[in-house]
Design a binder for this molecule. Structure first.
Ligand code: DLL
Length: 426
């Protein structure tokens, strides 16, 4: 463990710490964030109503829409001059969701990522190949800060440029790599093409996440890259990567760093809090964040808290792998895409009707998105323009197909299914 005094706190102390931290956070939101205060008041709540952890269920959920409605920085709890970094993730429409960090938050971020990397098998003095994207996405800089905190030598290679990545892995001999699981398979393909075997590099730990993946992918990455692969989970609204990570010696569920992020599992329909072991939507409160403290954030991710005892001596709970989403978020090659973002692009174009349909496919290790749009003309320039606009807005390459008007599915009274996901995750 990187921090045994935190990761293996006696349970009663952990629960007391969580309650105290939640109380502090709610009091600050009440004091400093008018939108939260208004929500509490509408429900007749004050911070004094949070006397036990069970009372938390009376407090309101925060959703992506709340961040959007307060775009860009309306939910921050500190003056602008105290902010030290902004990241952004895809919003459900054209606007991204902006998340803010002050000096304290950057410290929390580095600490939880350092814990995650340590749990994944990284040790001070190792070299770390960081192939998560640097920039507004939290992956690159988030892993970077934690790696420095742990004492790794980081190669900030960022995403893309597979040939160059492979060259750097061969030349610099990193022991640890972080990237999306789908990209780990792309790197494995490139190694195979070059005739490089799993024993020919120094790699021994892979920290994979930002998108759902399976045990089958884990086994494939482990065999082909010669690593132990662990699952890292996180989301921008709570901090970025490092909300939870598996332990390399166990590989059975990701330890939630729940002295910083308080987890609840709720019924997707009723919002009722469910007991450990049941599947539902993960709801997280970022108790120790000061710039953007988020209460009961509805992640949309379906998982469960694992009730069985663990093998590592931690008292923190583990979450299972993400089984699905309770909304229409698509994760394409690690990039978050909402159908409504694609719709916003189409609405700006003339010559197309608002009818569209998304088809997701997987060829080998690569996921693709086909955007089918109705248009009276088969016009290559229009198609290219749609593809270019999607790339500019959402940051991901998709393929567009123009279809005859009237040919795409229409709603038959119920919710129109806009997405056909043909990717097989097994
Ligand atoms: O994806 C943060 C991250 C970066 C996590 C690098 C891990 C590694 P967002 O872009 O805000 O943040 O996307 C968050 O991605 O709600 C999940 O739906 C999905 N996600 C993240 N990690 C996992 C995972 C980053 N390990 C959204 N398994 C989340 C399944 C994941 N889904």
């Amino acid at each position: 463990m990187f921090q045994p005094d935190r990761e293996a706190l006696p349970l009663a102390e952990l629960r007391a710490l969580q309650l105290a931290r939640l109380q502090t956070m709610v009091a600050r939101q009440y004091e400093c964030v008018p939108a939260y205060r208004a929500r509490f008041e509408a429900l007749g709540l004050t911070p004094d109503d949070l006397r036990t952890l069970g009372d938390l269920a009376r407090f309101p959920l925060t959703r992506k829409a709340d961040l959007r409605d307060n775009y860009p920085l309306g939910l921050t709890a500190v003056p602008r001059s105290q902010l030290r970094r902004l990241h952004a993730s895809s919003g459900t429409t054209g606007k991204p969701t902006v998340v803010a960090y002050d000096q304290n938050d950057l410290g929390v971020f580095a600490e939880v990522v350092a814990r995650s990397l340590y749990a994944a098998g990284a040790r001070p003095g190792m070299t770390f190949h960081n192939a998560y994207g640097y920039g507004l996405f939290t992956g690159g800089l988030g892993l970077h800060g934690g790696a420095e905190r742990l004492g790794l030598c980081t190669v900030p290679v960022s995403g893309g440029g597979t040939e160059r990545q492979v060259g750097l892995i061969l030349d610099l001999q990193p022991e640890v790599i972080a990237c999306t699981p789908s990209y780990a398979l792309v790197l494995a393909d490139e190694f195979a093409r070059l005739g490089v075997g799993p024993g020919d590099t120094a790699l021994r730990s892979a920290v994979l996440g930002a998108e759902p993946w399976t045990e089958k992918t884990r086994r494939e990455v482990e065999a082909r890259l010669g690593v132990t692969a662990t699952n890292i989970y996180g989301l921008s609204e709570i901090i970025g990567p490092g909300v939870s990570n598996e332990d390399a010696a166990e590989q059975r569920g990701s330890y939630l760093w729940e002295d910083h992020f308080y987890p609840e599992i709720v019924d997707p329909e009723t919002g009722e809090v469910l007991p450990d072991g049941e599947w539902g939507v993960l709801v997280l409160s970022s108790m120790t964040r000061t710039a953007l403290p988020v209460l009961r954030y509805w992640t949309g991710d379906i998982t469960r808290l694992i009730p069985e005892p663990n093998a590592t001596g931690r008292t923190l709970r583990r979450m299972d792998g993400i089984r699905g989403r309770a909304d229409d978020l698509i994760i394409l090659r690690g990039v978050n895409v909402y159908p409504t973002q694609l719709e916003a692009v189409l609405l700006r174009m003339g010559q197309v009707s608002p009818h569209y349909h998304i088809v997701l496919t997987r060829t080998g290790t690569r996921d693709d998105l086909l955007l089918r749009v109705e248009s009276g003309t088969e016009n290559a320039a229009l198609r290219a323009e749609i593809e270019r606009s999607v790339k500019a807005l959402v940051g991901v390459t998709v393929r567009c197909e123009l279809c005859v008007p009237g040919s795409l599915p229409r709603s038959e009274g119920g919710k129109l299914k806009r997405v056909t996901d043909l990717r097989v995750l097994d």
